[in-house]
Write a protein that binds this ligand. Structure first.
Ligand SMILES: Cc1cc2nc3c(=O)[nH]c(=O)nc-3n(C[C@H](O)[C@H](O)[C@H](O)COP(=O)(O)OP(=O)(O)OC[C@H]3O[C@@H](n4cnc5c(N)ncnc54)[C@H](O)[C@@H]3O)c2cc1C
Ligand code: SF4
Length: 503
Protein backbone atom coordinates (compact mmCIF):
# COMPACT_ATOMS: atom_id res chain seq x y z
CA UNK A 1 0.00 0.00 0.00
CA UNK A 2 1.31 3.45 -0.86
CA UNK A 3 1.27 6.61 1.31
CA UNK A 4 -0.21 8.29 1.88
CA UNK A 5 -0.26 11.93 2.40
CA UNK A 6 3.21 12.73 1.08
CA UNK A 7 3.66 15.26 3.84
CA UNK A 8 0.24 16.85 3.48
CA UNK A 9 -2.10 16.81 6.41
CA UNK A 10 -5.70 16.87 5.29
CA UNK A 11 -8.33 18.49 7.43
CA UNK A 12 -11.08 16.62 5.65
CA UNK A 13 -11.56 13.86 3.11
CA UNK A 14 -14.90 13.87 1.31
CA UNK A 15 -15.76 10.39 0.00
CA UNK A 16 -18.01 10.63 -3.05
CA UNK A 17 -18.05 13.65 -5.39
CA UNK A 18 -21.76 13.18 -5.99
CA UNK A 19 -24.73 15.44 -5.42
CA UNK A 20 -24.34 16.14 -1.70
CA UNK A 21 -20.55 15.71 -1.50
CA UNK A 22 -19.85 18.31 -4.18
CA UNK A 23 -22.17 20.92 -2.67
CA UNK A 24 -20.63 20.52 0.78
CA UNK A 25 -17.04 20.49 -0.52
CA UNK A 26 -17.60 23.79 -2.38
CA UNK A 27 -19.11 25.50 0.67
CA UNK A 28 -16.43 24.28 3.05
CA UNK A 29 -13.61 25.29 0.70
CA UNK A 30 -15.08 28.75 0.15
CA UNK A 31 -16.31 29.62 3.63
CA UNK A 32 -14.65 27.25 6.09
CA UNK A 33 -11.33 27.71 7.89
CA UNK A 34 -9.35 25.63 10.33
CA UNK A 35 -10.80 26.38 13.75
CA UNK A 36 -7.42 26.37 15.51
CA UNK A 37 -5.55 28.87 13.30
CA UNK A 38 -8.00 30.29 10.75
CA UNK A 39 -5.98 28.82 7.84
CA UNK A 40 -7.72 27.60 4.66
CA UNK A 41 -8.86 23.99 4.81
CA UNK A 42 -6.99 21.19 3.05
CA UNK A 43 -9.66 19.03 1.53
CA UNK A 44 -9.41 15.95 -0.69
CA UNK A 45 -12.48 14.61 -2.48
CA UNK A 46 -12.32 11.01 -3.69
CA UNK A 47 -14.73 9.67 -6.30
CA UNK A 48 -15.06 6.14 -7.64
CA UNK A 49 -16.17 7.22 -11.11
CA UNK A 50 -14.62 9.37 -13.85
CA UNK A 51 -14.52 13.16 -14.11
CA UNK A 52 -15.96 14.25 -17.45
CA UNK A 53 -14.26 17.61 -17.50
CA UNK A 54 -15.15 20.73 -19.40
CA UNK A 55 -16.43 24.18 -18.57
CA UNK A 56 -20.16 24.23 -17.86
CA UNK A 57 -21.82 26.10 -20.69
CA UNK A 58 -25.55 25.34 -20.36
CA UNK A 59 -27.18 25.18 -23.76
CA UNK A 60 -23.90 24.24 -25.50
CA UNK A 61 -22.39 21.31 -23.62
CA UNK A 62 -18.92 19.89 -24.11
CA UNK A 63 -17.54 16.91 -25.99
CA UNK A 64 -16.46 14.87 -22.96
CA UNK A 65 -19.91 14.84 -21.42
CA UNK A 66 -21.56 13.82 -24.68
CA UNK A 67 -19.83 10.48 -24.16
CA UNK A 68 -22.09 9.85 -21.18
CA UNK A 69 -24.47 7.00 -21.35
CA UNK A 70 -27.96 7.54 -22.60
CA UNK A 71 -31.11 5.46 -22.67
CA UNK A 72 -29.94 3.81 -19.47
CA UNK A 73 -32.66 3.31 -16.91
CA UNK A 74 -32.19 3.01 -13.17
CA UNK A 75 -31.79 -0.74 -13.10
CA UNK A 76 -29.44 -1.36 -15.98
CA UNK A 77 -25.80 -2.14 -15.32
CA UNK A 78 -23.14 0.07 -16.86
CA UNK A 79 -19.63 1.04 -16.03
CA UNK A 80 -20.78 4.49 -14.88
CA UNK A 81 -23.58 3.17 -12.70
CA UNK A 82 -23.51 1.12 -9.51
CA UNK A 83 -25.23 -2.25 -9.32
CA UNK A 84 -27.89 -0.87 -7.00
CA UNK A 85 -30.86 1.19 -8.20
CA UNK A 86 -30.62 4.83 -9.11
CA UNK A 87 -27.00 5.60 -8.65
CA UNK A 88 -24.49 7.12 -11.05
CA UNK A 89 -20.78 6.53 -10.64
CA UNK A 90 -19.03 9.68 -11.74
CA UNK A 91 -18.09 13.14 -10.54
CA UNK A 92 -21.44 14.88 -10.10
CA UNK A 93 -23.06 11.60 -8.98
CA UNK A 94 -26.71 11.01 -9.68
CA UNK A 95 -27.29 14.71 -10.37
CA UNK A 96 -25.73 13.92 -13.78
CA UNK A 97 -28.66 11.74 -14.74
CA UNK A 98 -31.61 12.79 -12.65
CA UNK A 99 -34.96 13.03 -14.38
CA UNK A 100 -35.45 16.69 -13.46
CA UNK A 101 -38.59 16.36 -11.35
CA UNK A 102 -37.42 19.33 -9.30
CA UNK A 103 -39.71 19.50 -6.27
CA UNK A 104 -38.45 21.31 -3.17
CA UNK A 105 -39.46 19.77 0.18
CA UNK A 106 -42.85 20.91 1.45
CA UNK A 107 -43.79 21.99 4.98
CA UNK A 108 -45.21 18.51 5.64
CA UNK A 109 -41.82 16.95 4.84
CA UNK A 110 -40.01 18.93 7.53
CA UNK A 111 -42.75 17.98 10.02
CA UNK A 112 -42.38 14.31 9.06
CA UNK A 113 -38.60 14.41 9.45
CA UNK A 114 -38.83 16.04 12.88
CA UNK A 115 -41.53 13.61 13.93
CA UNK A 116 -39.78 10.51 12.53
CA UNK A 117 -36.42 10.86 14.24
CA UNK A 118 -36.33 14.05 16.29
CA UNK A 119 -34.14 16.18 14.00
CA UNK A 120 -34.55 19.93 14.48
CA UNK A 121 -34.86 20.51 10.72
CA UNK A 122 -37.71 23.00 10.56
CA UNK A 123 -38.75 24.62 7.32
CA UNK A 124 -37.66 27.95 8.70
CA UNK A 125 -34.09 26.78 9.31
CA UNK A 126 -33.84 25.57 5.72
CA UNK A 127 -34.87 28.87 4.08
CA UNK A 128 -31.39 29.93 2.90
CA UNK A 129 -30.48 26.44 1.74
CA UNK A 130 -33.69 26.10 -0.28
CA UNK A 131 -33.23 29.50 -1.90
CA UNK A 132 -29.65 28.63 -2.83
CA UNK A 133 -30.74 25.44 -4.59
CA UNK A 134 -33.77 26.99 -6.31
CA UNK A 135 -31.40 29.62 -7.76
CA UNK A 136 -28.58 27.20 -8.57
CA UNK A 137 -30.90 24.75 -10.36
CA UNK A 138 -33.07 27.51 -11.84
CA UNK A 139 -36.19 25.65 -10.71
CA UNK A 140 -39.56 26.60 -12.14
CA UNK A 141 -42.24 25.53 -14.60
CA UNK A 142 -41.53 24.71 -18.22
CA UNK A 143 -43.51 26.99 -20.56
CA UNK A 144 -47.03 25.65 -21.24
CA UNK A 145 -46.32 26.06 -24.98
CA UNK A 146 -43.94 23.12 -24.99
CA UNK A 147 -46.37 20.66 -23.46
CA UNK A 148 -47.48 17.87 -25.79
CA UNK A 149 -51.07 17.20 -26.91
CA UNK A 150 -50.96 14.24 -24.49
CA UNK A 151 -50.01 16.53 -21.59
CA UNK A 152 -52.84 18.92 -22.42
CA UNK A 153 -55.38 16.13 -22.79
CA UNK A 154 -54.30 14.72 -19.43
CA UNK A 155 -54.72 18.09 -17.70
CA UNK A 156 -58.15 18.76 -19.20
CA UNK A 157 -59.34 15.25 -18.37
CA UNK A 158 -58.07 15.23 -14.79
CA UNK A 159 -59.55 18.68 -14.14
CA UNK A 160 -62.89 17.60 -15.62
CA UNK A 161 -62.82 14.77 -13.05
CA UNK A 162 -62.57 17.36 -10.26
CA UNK A 163 -58.87 17.26 -9.37
CA UNK A 164 -56.47 20.17 -9.44
CA UNK A 165 -53.30 19.65 -11.48
CA UNK A 166 -49.96 21.41 -11.07
CA UNK A 167 -46.95 21.64 -13.34
CA UNK A 168 -44.08 19.40 -12.32
CA UNK A 169 -41.31 21.87 -11.42
CA UNK A 170 -38.10 21.35 -13.36
CA UNK A 171 -34.71 23.02 -13.59
CA UNK A 172 -33.45 24.21 -16.96
CA UNK A 173 -30.69 26.53 -18.10
CA UNK A 174 -30.66 27.63 -21.73
CA UNK A 175 -32.86 24.66 -22.60
CA UNK A 176 -33.76 24.46 -26.29
CA UNK A 177 -36.61 22.01 -25.56
CA UNK A 178 -35.21 19.45 -27.94
CA UNK A 179 -37.68 16.93 -26.55
CA UNK A 180 -35.05 14.30 -25.83
CA UNK A 181 -34.88 14.55 -22.05
CA UNK A 182 -36.69 11.38 -21.09
CA UNK A 183 -34.31 8.92 -19.54
CA UNK A 184 -31.31 10.58 -21.18
CA UNK A 185 -28.55 12.92 -20.27
CA UNK A 186 -28.83 16.40 -21.68
CA UNK A 187 -26.20 16.67 -24.41
CA UNK A 188 -26.16 20.41 -23.89
CA UNK A 189 -25.71 20.63 -20.10
CA UNK A 190 -29.05 22.45 -19.98
CA UNK A 191 -30.31 20.20 -17.22
CA UNK A 192 -28.66 21.44 -14.03
CA UNK A 193 -26.25 19.24 -12.10
CA UNK A 194 -23.66 19.88 -9.37
CA UNK A 195 -20.64 20.36 -11.65
CA UNK A 196 -20.76 24.08 -10.90
CA UNK A 197 -20.09 23.26 -7.24
CA UNK A 198 -17.28 20.87 -8.24
CA UNK A 199 -15.61 23.63 -10.18
CA UNK A 200 -15.98 26.09 -7.28
CA UNK A 201 -14.46 23.50 -4.93
CA UNK A 202 -11.49 22.98 -7.25
CA UNK A 203 -10.92 26.70 -7.63
CA UNK A 204 -10.63 26.92 -3.85
CA UNK A 205 -8.03 24.17 -3.71
CA UNK A 206 -10.04 20.99 -3.12
CA UNK A 207 -7.98 18.11 -4.52
CA UNK A 208 -10.30 15.93 -6.55
CA UNK A 209 -9.25 12.31 -7.05
CA UNK A 210 -11.55 10.64 -9.63
CA UNK A 211 -11.52 6.95 -10.65
CA UNK A 212 -10.65 5.94 -7.10
CA UNK A 213 -13.02 3.78 -5.11
CA UNK A 214 -12.71 4.04 -1.36
CA UNK A 215 -12.39 0.57 0.03
CA UNK A 216 -12.82 1.50 3.67
CA UNK A 217 -12.83 4.32 6.13
CA UNK A 218 -10.07 3.75 8.69
CA UNK A 219 -11.79 3.52 12.05
CA UNK A 220 -9.83 2.89 15.24
CA UNK A 221 -11.65 1.41 18.15
CA UNK A 222 -12.15 3.64 21.19
CA UNK A 223 -14.01 1.61 23.82
CA UNK A 224 -17.39 0.69 22.37
CA UNK A 225 -17.05 3.52 19.88
CA UNK A 226 -14.55 4.52 17.22
CA UNK A 227 -12.47 7.37 15.87
CA UNK A 228 -11.74 8.13 12.22
CA UNK A 229 -8.16 8.25 10.91
CA UNK A 230 -8.50 8.40 7.12
CA UNK A 231 -9.42 6.20 4.17
CA UNK A 232 -8.01 3.43 1.99
CA UNK A 233 -8.80 3.65 -1.71
CA UNK A 234 -7.92 1.90 -4.93
CA UNK A 235 -6.94 3.85 -8.03
CA UNK A 236 -7.85 2.82 -11.58
CA UNK A 237 -4.38 1.32 -12.18
CA UNK A 238 -4.86 -0.93 -9.15
CA UNK A 239 -2.64 1.06 -6.77
CA UNK A 240 -4.00 0.98 -3.24
CA UNK A 241 -3.42 4.18 -1.27
CA UNK A 242 -4.05 5.26 2.24
CA UNK A 243 -4.83 8.86 3.06
CA UNK A 244 -4.96 10.23 6.58
CA UNK A 245 -7.15 13.12 7.68
CA UNK A 246 -8.60 14.67 10.79
CA UNK A 247 -12.17 14.15 9.62
CA UNK A 248 -13.94 12.15 6.94
CA UNK A 249 -17.26 13.05 5.35
CA UNK A 250 -18.96 10.07 3.71
CA UNK A 251 -21.28 11.07 0.88
CA UNK A 252 -21.71 7.93 -1.22
CA UNK A 253 -25.50 7.90 -1.56
CA UNK A 254 -28.25 5.91 0.14
CA UNK A 255 -26.73 2.58 -0.94
CA UNK A 256 -23.04 3.47 -1.23
CA UNK A 257 -22.78 4.97 2.25
CA UNK A 258 -24.08 2.03 4.33
CA UNK A 259 -22.09 -0.37 2.15
CA UNK A 260 -18.85 1.57 2.67
CA UNK A 261 -19.50 1.84 6.40
CA UNK A 262 -20.19 -1.89 6.53
CA UNK A 263 -16.88 -2.58 4.75
CA UNK A 264 -15.24 -0.39 7.38
CA UNK A 265 -16.64 -2.46 10.26
CA UNK A 266 -19.38 0.02 11.21
CA UNK A 267 -22.89 -1.39 11.10
CA UNK A 268 -25.19 -4.10 12.43
CA UNK A 269 -23.32 -6.83 14.33
CA UNK A 270 -25.89 -9.34 13.00
CA UNK A 271 -24.51 -8.76 9.51
CA UNK A 272 -20.85 -7.97 10.19
CA UNK A 273 -20.18 -10.69 12.76
CA UNK A 274 -16.56 -10.69 13.92
CA UNK A 275 -15.73 -7.88 11.45
CA UNK A 276 -17.73 -5.48 13.65
CA UNK A 277 -15.69 -2.57 14.97
CA UNK A 278 -18.60 -0.39 15.96
CA UNK A 279 -22.16 -1.69 16.20
CA UNK A 280 -25.12 0.35 15.04
CA UNK A 281 -28.17 -1.55 13.75
CA UNK A 282 -29.44 1.51 11.91
CA UNK A 283 -26.67 1.43 9.29
CA UNK A 284 -28.49 0.13 6.19
CA UNK A 285 -31.83 0.11 7.95
CA UNK A 286 -35.00 2.28 7.79
CA UNK A 287 -34.92 2.27 3.99
CA UNK A 288 -37.84 4.04 2.35
CA UNK A 289 -38.42 3.92 -1.39
CA UNK A 290 -41.23 5.47 -3.39
CA UNK A 291 -42.93 2.45 -4.99
CA UNK A 292 -44.79 3.18 -8.17
CA UNK A 293 -46.50 1.76 -11.22
CA UNK A 294 -47.29 2.82 -14.78
CA UNK A 295 -50.41 2.25 -16.81
CA UNK A 296 -49.78 2.39 -20.54
CA UNK A 297 -52.33 2.87 -23.29
CA UNK A 298 -52.52 2.98 -27.05
CA UNK A 299 -54.25 5.87 -28.76
CA UNK A 300 -55.37 6.53 -32.31
CA UNK A 301 -54.08 10.07 -32.17
CA UNK A 302 -50.55 11.39 -32.13
CA UNK A 303 -50.02 12.27 -28.46
CA UNK A 304 -46.57 13.69 -28.90
CA UNK A 305 -46.67 15.52 -32.19
CA UNK A 306 -44.96 18.60 -30.82
CA UNK A 307 -41.40 18.55 -29.55
CA UNK A 308 -42.54 18.48 -25.97
CA UNK A 309 -41.10 19.75 -22.75
CA UNK A 310 -38.79 16.80 -22.92
CA UNK A 311 -39.93 15.89 -19.50
CA UNK A 312 -42.72 15.92 -17.03
CA UNK A 313 -45.99 17.76 -17.47
CA UNK A 314 -48.42 17.69 -14.54
CA UNK A 315 -49.11 15.94 -11.28
CA UNK A 316 -52.00 15.70 -8.85
CA UNK A 317 -52.85 13.98 -5.60
CA UNK A 318 -56.04 11.88 -5.95
CA UNK A 319 -56.43 12.18 -2.18
CA UNK A 320 -54.30 13.63 0.58
CA UNK A 321 -54.46 11.84 3.96
CA UNK A 322 -54.48 14.47 6.72
CA UNK A 323 -51.24 13.21 8.28
CA UNK A 324 -49.43 13.35 4.92
CA UNK A 325 -48.48 9.65 5.02
CA UNK A 326 -49.26 7.22 2.19
CA UNK A 327 -49.75 10.10 -0.26
CA UNK A 328 -49.94 9.03 -3.91
CA UNK A 329 -48.95 11.34 -6.74
CA UNK A 330 -50.16 10.70 -10.32
CA UNK A 331 -48.26 12.21 -13.25
CA UNK A 332 -48.45 12.28 -17.06
CA UNK A 333 -44.74 11.50 -17.28
CA UNK A 334 -44.94 9.31 -20.35
CA UNK A 335 -47.07 11.76 -22.30
CA UNK A 336 -44.18 14.20 -22.45
CA UNK A 337 -41.65 12.65 -24.80
CA UNK A 338 -41.63 9.98 -27.49
CA UNK A 339 -42.03 6.50 -26.03
CA UNK A 340 -38.81 4.54 -26.29
CA UNK A 341 -39.26 1.71 -28.81
CA UNK A 342 -38.18 -0.91 -26.28
CA UNK A 343 -41.09 0.08 -24.03
CA UNK A 344 -43.61 0.40 -26.89
CA UNK A 345 -42.63 -3.05 -28.18
CA UNK A 346 -43.21 -4.71 -24.83
CA UNK A 347 -46.67 -3.42 -24.00
CA UNK A 348 -49.39 -6.07 -23.82
CA UNK A 349 -51.19 -4.57 -26.80
CA UNK A 350 -48.15 -4.71 -29.12
CA UNK A 351 -48.69 -7.49 -31.68
CA UNK A 352 -46.00 -10.03 -30.74
CA UNK A 353 -44.33 -10.44 -34.15
CA UNK A 354 -44.75 -10.26 -37.91
CA UNK A 355 -46.17 -7.57 -40.18
CA UNK A 356 -48.73 -6.39 -37.64
CA UNK A 357 -45.94 -5.76 -35.11
CA UNK A 358 -44.05 -3.77 -37.76
CA UNK A 359 -47.14 -1.73 -38.57
CA UNK A 360 -47.75 -1.00 -34.88
CA UNK A 361 -44.14 0.00 -34.25
CA UNK A 362 -44.16 2.44 -37.17
CA UNK A 363 -46.20 4.94 -35.16
CA UNK A 364 -46.25 3.50 -31.64
CA UNK A 365 -43.64 5.85 -30.20
CA UNK A 366 -46.06 8.72 -30.75
CA UNK A 367 -49.36 6.96 -30.03
CA UNK A 368 -48.41 4.99 -26.92
CA UNK A 369 -48.38 6.94 -23.71
CA UNK A 370 -48.36 6.23 -20.02
CA UNK A 371 -49.46 7.63 -16.70
CA UNK A 372 -47.38 6.99 -13.60
CA UNK A 373 -48.19 6.91 -9.91
CA UNK A 374 -45.88 6.75 -6.90
CA UNK A 375 -46.44 6.44 -3.19
CA UNK A 376 -44.44 9.49 -2.14
CA UNK A 377 -44.65 8.89 1.61
CA UNK A 378 -44.99 5.11 1.96
CA UNK A 379 -45.87 3.33 5.19
CA UNK A 380 -43.46 0.47 4.45
CA UNK A 381 -39.73 0.30 5.24
CA UNK A 382 -36.93 -1.99 4.06
CA UNK A 383 -33.15 -2.22 4.34
CA UNK A 384 -29.87 -2.35 2.44
CA UNK A 385 -27.61 -5.31 3.20
CA UNK A 386 -24.27 -3.74 4.16
CA UNK A 387 -22.36 -6.80 2.95
CA UNK A 388 -23.99 -7.56 -0.41
CA UNK A 389 -25.57 -4.18 -1.16
CA UNK A 390 -28.86 -5.96 -1.90
CA UNK A 391 -31.98 -3.86 -1.49
CA UNK A 392 -34.58 -5.56 0.67
CA UNK A 393 -37.63 -3.45 0.05
CA UNK A 394 -41.03 -5.16 0.26
CA UNK A 395 -42.64 -3.61 -2.82
CA UNK A 396 -45.36 -6.25 -2.61
CA UNK A 397 -46.30 -5.49 0.97
CA UNK A 398 -50.12 -5.42 1.08
CA UNK A 399 -50.04 -1.76 2.15
CA UNK A 400 -48.20 -0.84 -1.07
CA UNK A 401 -50.22 -3.19 -3.25
CA UNK A 402 -53.55 -1.88 -2.02
CA UNK A 403 -52.58 1.73 -2.63
CA UNK A 404 -51.07 1.10 -6.06
CA UNK A 405 -53.98 -1.04 -7.26
CA UNK A 406 -56.25 1.82 -6.23
CA UNK A 407 -54.16 4.36 -8.16
CA UNK A 408 -53.97 1.99 -11.18
CA UNK A 409 -57.78 2.04 -11.38
CA UNK A 410 -57.74 5.84 -11.37
CA UNK A 411 -55.09 5.88 -14.10
CA UNK A 412 -57.14 3.47 -16.23
CA UNK A 413 -60.19 5.69 -15.80
CA UNK A 414 -58.18 8.73 -16.93
CA UNK A 415 -56.98 6.84 -20.03
CA UNK A 416 -60.58 5.81 -20.81
CA UNK A 417 -61.78 9.38 -20.55
CA UNK A 418 -58.83 10.55 -22.66
CA UNK A 419 -60.09 8.28 -25.44
CA UNK A 420 -57.50 5.48 -25.30
CA UNK A 421 -58.00 2.62 -27.77
CA UNK A 422 -56.40 -0.07 -25.58
CA UNK A 423 -55.35 0.15 -21.94
CA UNK A 424 -52.80 -2.14 -20.31
CA UNK A 425 -54.04 -4.54 -17.70
CA UNK A 426 -50.85 -4.20 -15.64
CA UNK A 427 -50.37 -1.93 -12.72
CA UNK A 428 -50.05 -4.98 -10.52
CA UNK A 429 -47.33 -5.77 -8.02
CA UNK A 430 -44.99 -7.00 -10.78
CA UNK A 431 -44.48 -3.43 -11.88
CA UNK A 432 -44.21 -1.91 -8.43
CA UNK A 433 -40.73 -0.53 -8.76
CA UNK A 434 -39.58 2.66 -7.24
CA UNK A 435 -36.62 4.86 -6.60
CA UNK A 436 -35.47 7.60 -4.29
CA UNK A 437 -34.01 5.54 -1.43
CA UNK A 438 -33.69 7.37 1.89
CA UNK A 439 -33.09 6.62 5.56
CA UNK A 440 -30.26 4.07 5.43
CA UNK A 441 -28.01 6.17 7.71
CA UNK A 442 -30.71 8.43 8.97
CA UNK A 443 -30.20 11.52 11.07
CA UNK A 444 -31.93 11.63 14.43
CA UNK A 445 -31.66 12.75 17.99
CA UNK A 446 -31.60 9.25 19.54
CA UNK A 447 -28.41 7.20 18.92
CA UNK A 448 -30.47 4.02 19.30
CA UNK A 449 -32.69 5.02 16.37
CA UNK A 450 -30.28 6.71 13.99
CA UNK A 451 -26.70 6.91 12.67
CA UNK A 452 -25.88 10.64 12.68
CA UNK A 453 -27.14 13.45 14.87
CA UNK A 454 -28.99 16.41 13.33
CA UNK A 455 -25.55 18.02 12.81
CA UNK A 456 -24.46 15.17 10.49
CA UNK A 457 -21.96 13.77 13.03
CA UNK A 458 -21.87 10.01 13.60
CA UNK A 459 -23.27 9.06 17.00
CA UNK A 460 -20.63 6.35 17.31
CA UNK A 461 -17.47 7.32 15.43
CA UNK A 462 -15.63 10.49 16.31
CA UNK A 463 -14.80 12.83 13.41
CA UNK A 464 -17.00 10.93 10.98
CA UNK A 465 -19.58 13.07 9.17
CA UNK A 466 -22.24 11.72 6.81
CA UNK A 467 -24.47 13.60 4.40
CA UNK A 468 -26.34 12.41 1.29
CA UNK A 469 -29.68 10.75 0.58
CA UNK A 470 -29.02 8.21 3.34
CA UNK A 471 -29.44 10.74 6.17
CA UNK A 472 -32.94 11.85 5.12
CA UNK A 473 -35.14 10.45 7.90
CA UNK A 474 -37.96 9.41 5.58
CA UNK A 475 -39.30 9.80 2.06
CA UNK A 476 -40.88 13.13 1.26
CA UNK A 477 -43.55 14.53 -1.02
CA UNK A 478 -40.77 15.55 -3.35
CA UNK A 479 -38.58 13.28 -5.43
CA UNK A 480 -35.09 13.11 -4.01
CA UNK A 481 -32.53 15.19 -5.87
CA UNK A 482 -33.61 18.61 -4.66
CA UNK A 483 -34.16 17.44 -1.05
CA UNK A 484 -30.63 15.96 -1.10
CA UNK A 485 -29.27 19.25 -2.46
CA UNK A 486 -31.07 21.39 0.12
CA UNK A 487 -30.02 19.13 2.96
CA UNK A 488 -26.43 19.31 1.69
CA UNK A 489 -26.56 23.12 1.50
CA UNK A 490 -27.99 23.16 5.04
CA UNK A 491 -25.41 20.62 6.27
CA UNK A 492 -22.57 22.70 4.85
CA UNK A 493 -23.73 25.71 6.86
CA UNK A 494 -23.96 23.60 10.04
CA UNK A 495 -20.62 21.89 9.52
CA UNK A 496 -18.87 25.22 8.96
CA UNK A 497 -20.45 26.69 12.11
CA UNK A 498 -19.64 23.59 14.19
CA UNK A 499 -16.16 22.70 12.92
CA UNK A 500 -14.68 25.16 10.47
CA UNK A 501 -15.05 28.61 12.00
CA UNK A 502 -12.08 30.27 13.78
CA UNK A 503 -12.38 29.36 17.44
C1 LIG B 1 -31.81 7.83 -13.57
C2 LIG B 1 -32.14 8.69 -12.37
C3 LIG B 1 -33.27 9.51 -12.42
C4 LIG B 1 -33.60 10.30 -11.31
N1 LIG B 1 -34.65 11.17 -11.41
C5 LIG B 1 -34.89 12.05 -10.42
C6 LIG B 1 -35.86 13.06 -10.56
O1 LIG B 1 -36.49 13.20 -11.60
N2 LIG B 1 -36.08 13.91 -9.53
C7 LIG B 1 -35.37 13.82 -8.38
O2 LIG B 1 -35.60 14.64 -7.48
N3 LIG B 1 -34.44 12.87 -8.19
C8 LIG B 1 -34.16 12.00 -9.20
N4 LIG B 1 -33.19 11.06 -9.07
C9 LIG B 1 -32.57 10.88 -7.75
C10 LIG B 1 -31.47 11.85 -7.42
O3 LIG B 1 -30.73 12.18 -8.55
C11 LIG B 1 -30.57 11.18 -6.38
O4 LIG B 1 -31.36 10.67 -5.34
C12 LIG B 1 -29.57 12.15 -5.76
O5 LIG B 1 -28.84 12.80 -6.77
C13 LIG B 1 -28.66 11.34 -4.83
O6 LIG B 1 -27.67 12.17 -4.28
P1 LIG B 1 -26.60 11.57 -3.27
O7 LIG B 1 -25.66 12.66 -2.93
O8 LIG B 1 -27.31 10.88 -2.18
O9 LIG B 1 -25.85 10.41 -4.08
P2 LIG B 1 -25.07 10.50 -5.48
O10 LIG B 1 -25.33 11.77 -6.20
O11 LIG B 1 -25.37 9.23 -6.19
O12 LIG B 1 -23.54 10.55 -5.03
C14 LIG B 1 -22.84 9.46 -4.49
C15 LIG B 1 -21.43 9.50 -5.09
O13 LIG B 1 -20.59 8.66 -4.31
C16 LIG B 1 -19.77 7.91 -5.18
N5 LIG B 1 -19.36 6.71 -4.44
C17 LIG B 1 -20.15 5.71 -3.97
N6 LIG B 1 -19.42 4.81 -3.31
C18 LIG B 1 -18.13 5.23 -3.37
C19 LIG B 1 -16.89 4.72 -2.87
N7 LIG B 1 -16.84 3.60 -2.15
N8 LIG B 1 -15.75 5.44 -3.11
C20 LIG B 1 -15.80 6.60 -3.81
N9 LIG B 1 -16.95 7.11 -4.32
C21 LIG B 1 -18.09 6.44 -4.08
C22 LIG B 1 -20.68 7.63 -6.36
O14 LIG B 1 -19.94 7.23 -7.50
C23 LIG B 1 -21.40 8.95 -6.52
O15 LIG B 1 -20.71 9.84 -7.35
C24 LIG B 1 -32.80 10.26 -10.15
C25 LIG B 1 -31.65 9.46 -10.12
C26 LIG B 1 -31.31 8.69 -11.22
C27 LIG B 1 -30.04 7.89 -11.19
S1 SF4 C 1 -35.22 19.34 -23.42
FE1 SF4 C 1 -33.88 18.23 -21.98
S2 SF4 C 1 -32.31 17.25 -23.27
FE2 SF4 C 1 -33.30 18.88 -24.52
S3 SF4 C 1 -32.00 20.74 -24.17
FE3 SF4 C 1 -33.66 20.80 -22.66
S4 SF4 C 1 -32.79 19.87 -20.83
FE4 SF4 C 1 -31.50 19.25 -22.57
Amino acid sequence: MQDQNQGIEYDLIVVGAGTAGSIIAAHLAEDGVRARDGEPLRIAMIEAGPYLRGKLRPGYGVQSRRARFSNVSHQEGYRWTWPWPESCKMVGGSSMHWGNNGYVPQEMDYLHWMDESGVDWSQDKFKDAVQEIVDEFNLGDVPAEVHTPGNRLFRETVESMGWETRFVPTGRKNCIYCGLCGANFCRFDARPNVLGYVSRAEQKGVELVPDAEVDRVIIEKKGEKGVVRGVVFKQEDGTVRELRAEKVLVSCGAHGTPILLGRSGYGPREQLGDKTLVHNPNVGNNLEMQPGNDVWAEYDVDLKSERGAGNYGHYFYPDFPADGHNVVSIRDTIMSFPTYPRFAALTSFAPPFGQSHKEYMRTAIRRVGGIRSSIMTPLVKGSVDVITGATNYPYSDPKNVERLNWSAEIMREIHRKMGAKKIEEVGNSASFLGGHPTGTCRAGSDPKESVVNPHFESHDVENLLICDGSVIPNACLAHKCIPVCTIAAFAARRIIADHYTRA
